[in-house]
Design a protein around this ligand. Structure first.
Ligand code: NAP
Length: 316
């Protein structure tokens, strides 16, 4: 199952995320995910494992499991590289890390420009300018970064371009000046953060959507950002629907997105869960079930680094 993007290229409806896939396991994890049928991988500079993920891809191609054109590889531009002179060198570096000649999709990770950090000094640079606590913004408007991505697209280094974590107001702005239109909006999306107006707006502008952190608080427990929120896996509504369909709670959460035409990129470090996530599309929720799950909306955002981390208090 796939979604047709603006370029005409198809993006698989289900892919695998790579945030917090440990470096030392990443090559094997990607290789095995390809072996069980994954074709889309969602990477980023900030995940610190692109080289290792690329090794998994290269091994799978070498072993004849897939060809490059069977895969859909996404990567993202980090906040410290928003100035126009840094975009192309970063794309080239990230392509080299992956061992690829082009990305299928390249996204601006956050609409937040941070002061440049030389990759030879610290890579990935993360949020703090000094690597500890200094939060330093940079005067690069989003338009400059978008136009630099358009150049990347024109050079054939990214077949489609887009962004993550962009709200409706900024999306409206980009649509005023974009010459290469954004193909994808990637957002935090789960029953506690439905963002229906943003989803509707993006679709109206012809963007496809990818949901991240589909399991809500689950991804954020290990980094202490889950706000002590009740697990969606144990929610009685999700559990009841899962039981009725003979599926797991995770599969119901993913199906809630994919049945609405929103792609998912769940991440797990465990082979059984990796397979469980990929194979979730062989059943359908009823319209009432989708509506009931959407009714759990709390407007609760977990991935809000600049508001959560007290070092970056200016955004709190
Ligand atoms: P997620 O896919 O919601 O996964 C959350 C946690 O659930 C994982 O830590 C995983 O732990 C566990 N899990 C996975 N499958 C499961 C299953 N079937 N049953 C029970 N537990 C399961 O979280 P995510 O990693 O935050 O989001 C997915 C991907 O989206 C990321 O990897 C990344 O590629 C992307 N992302 C993008 C942004 C952005 O700003 N653009 C932000 C966040 C994430 P185990 O590994 O222990 O199984």
């Amino acid at each position: 199952m796939s979604i047709a993007l603006r370029s005409g290229y198809l993006m698989p409806l289900v892919g695998m995320g790579t945030w917090k896939v440990p470096k030392e396991d990443a090559a094997d994890t990607i290789y095995n995910a390809i072996r069980v049928g994954y074709r889309l991988f969602d990477g980023a500079c900030d995940y610190g494992n692109e080289k290792e993920c690329g090794e998994g891809v290269a091994r799978a191609i070498k072993d004849g499991l897939v060809k490059r054109e069977d895969l859909f590889i996404t990567s993202k531009l980090w906040n410290t590289f928003h100035a126009k002179e840094h975009v192309l060198p970063m794309v080239k570096k990230q392509l080299k890390d992956w061992g690829l000649e082009y990305f299928d999709l390249y996204l601006i990770h956050f609409p937040i420009a941070l002061a440049y950090v030389d990759p030879s000094v610290r890579y990935p640079p993360e949020w703090a300018f000094d690597g500890k606590s200094e939060f330093k913004l940079q005067n690069t408007p989003f338009q400059e970064t978008w136009q630099a991505l358009e150049e990347v697209h024109k050079l054939g280094l990214a077949r489609d371009i887009g962004f993550a974590n962009v709200a409706g107001v900024l999306l409206c702005d980009v649509m005023r000046y974009a010459k290469v239109l954004p193909a994808i909006l990637q957002i935090e999306h789960h029953p506690y953060l439905v963002q229906q107006p943003l989803v509707d707006l993006a679709k109206q502008f012809g963007l496809a959507l990818t949901a991240y952190s589909s399991f809500g608080p689950a991804s954020f427990i290990e980094i202490g950002w889950d706000k002590n929120t009740a697990s969606l896996f144990k929610h009685p509504l999700i559990g009841g629907i899962a039981k009725a369909h003979g599926k797991t709670a995770a599969q119901v959460l993913l199906r809630w997105s994919t049945q609405q035409g929103i792609a998912v990129i769940p991440k797990s470090n465990f082979p059984n869960l990796i397979t469980e996530n990929l194979t979730h599309v062989d059943f359908n929720l009823t319209a009432e079930e989708i509506k009931a799950i959407s009714g759990l909306d709390l407007g609760l955002r977990f991935n809000n680094p600049v508001a959560i981390d007290s070092r970056f208090g200016i955004f709190a």
